[in-house]
Design a protein around this ligand. Structure first.
Ligand SMILES: NC(=O)c1ccc[n+]([C@@H]2O[C@H](COP(=O)([O-])OP(=O)(O)OC[C@H]3O[C@@H](n4cnc5c(N)ncnc54)[C@H](OP(=O)(O)O)[C@@H]3O)[C@@H](O)[C@H]2O)c1
Length: 269
């Protein structure tokens, strides 16, 4: 599978799965050939994911595991211990460790420095951020001496992320699309339904292909084997430039679906 900054272009999301459901979802994804698994301290499923990684029969070095530091664990007295816990639960260092949500302004530089330190200690192979605006992403990139390789953000046809994507490309940072199907909402626009009918692919595959064809990583979550297979099949065709442009015209700056209270007023920072 194609990789971007070493990250397999299609991944397996695991939120909000826990316990056996998280375990089974990761095992199925890996059985079908998906090698990139996304988890987070916040999801409370790192141990279930770790068990699936251990049992799956695929060598760990062939898998790409992403986890994220919870906002509560960003302070100096909690950061390193939380990463050690993640590593223990996952059965080894992740390939990519992200700051899950932007730190408060006064904690920003310190949190990025702690992230870099974890990589230098060998607690992760690579580092990145999540939910960072263009300015935050640039600041983190500079503070980390250019070591930030990824920004994981909400990305689907209903949300215009073109400014963020342009800034990421300038820096050589790869975007990963979370909620790539907009939790189902991004499958509904007429133009997506029309393209899907015309090319004989489900709307979900059209949406995922629109994402990956822009060299953005897509990480849909599915508990269903047939949907995971379809998500993989989205890599097997190309959308025409006209169809790409038609889908890109749908997005609006206010099309965000994931907007927790702690980010209120910060998306324009
Ligand atoms: N960094 C962050 O702050 C952040 C925030 C949110 C999410 N994430 C990550 O991104 C992952 C994905 O995002 P998400 O779960 O919010 O949204 P999503 O992947 O856009 O949507 C998930 C929904 O789509 C359905 N689905 C999946 N594949 C499908 C297919 N081929 N056809 C039809 N329906 C399909 C799933 O149902 P079925 O199970 O029935 O298939 C599920 O209900 C999460 O699991 C998590 O790992 C990160």
């Amino acid at each position: 599978m194609k990789t971007l900054n070493g990250i397999p272009i299609l991944g397996c999301g695991t939120f909000p799965l826990k316990g056996e459901e998280a375990y089974r979802t990761v095992r199925t994804a890996i059985d079908l050939g998906i090698r990139h698994i996304d988890t987070a301290q916040m999801y409370g499923n790192e141990a279930d994911v770790g068990r699936a990684l251990r049992d799956c029969g695929v060598p760990r070095e062939d898998l790409y595991v992403v986890t994220k530091v919870d906002p509560d664990n960003l302070p100096a007295d909690r950061f390193a211990a939380s990463v050690t816990r993640s590593m223990d639960d996952l059965g080894g260092p992740p390939d990519l460790l992200l700051i899950h949500w932007p730190p408060a302004a006064e904690e920003f530089d310190g949190a990025v420095e702690r992230l870099v330190l974890e990589m230098q200690k060998g607690m992760t192979r690579h580092i990145g951020v999540s939910n960072f605006t263009p300015n935050m992403m640039r600041r983190a990139y500079e503070r980390a001496g250019g070591k930030i390789i990824n920004n994981q953000v909400e990305f689907h046809p209903l949300l215009d992320q073109s400014a963020l994507l342009a800034e990421a490309r300038k820096l050589g940072v790869v975007l990963s699309a979370y909620s790539p199907l907009g939790r189902g909402a991004a499958l509904k626009p007429d133009s997506i339904q029309d393209i899907a009918r015309r090319i004989g692919r489900p709307p979900s595959e059209v949406v995922l292909r629109w994402i990956t064809q822009q060299d953005v990583v897509a990480m849909p979550m599915t508990t269903k084997r047939e949907n995971a297979l379809s998500n993989l099949a989205s890599l097997e065709f190309e959308l025409s430039p006209g169809d790409m442009a038609a889908i890109s015209r749908i997005g609006r700056p206010e099309g965000r679906l994931i907007n927790p209270g702690w980010m209120a007023g910060r998306w324009s920072e």
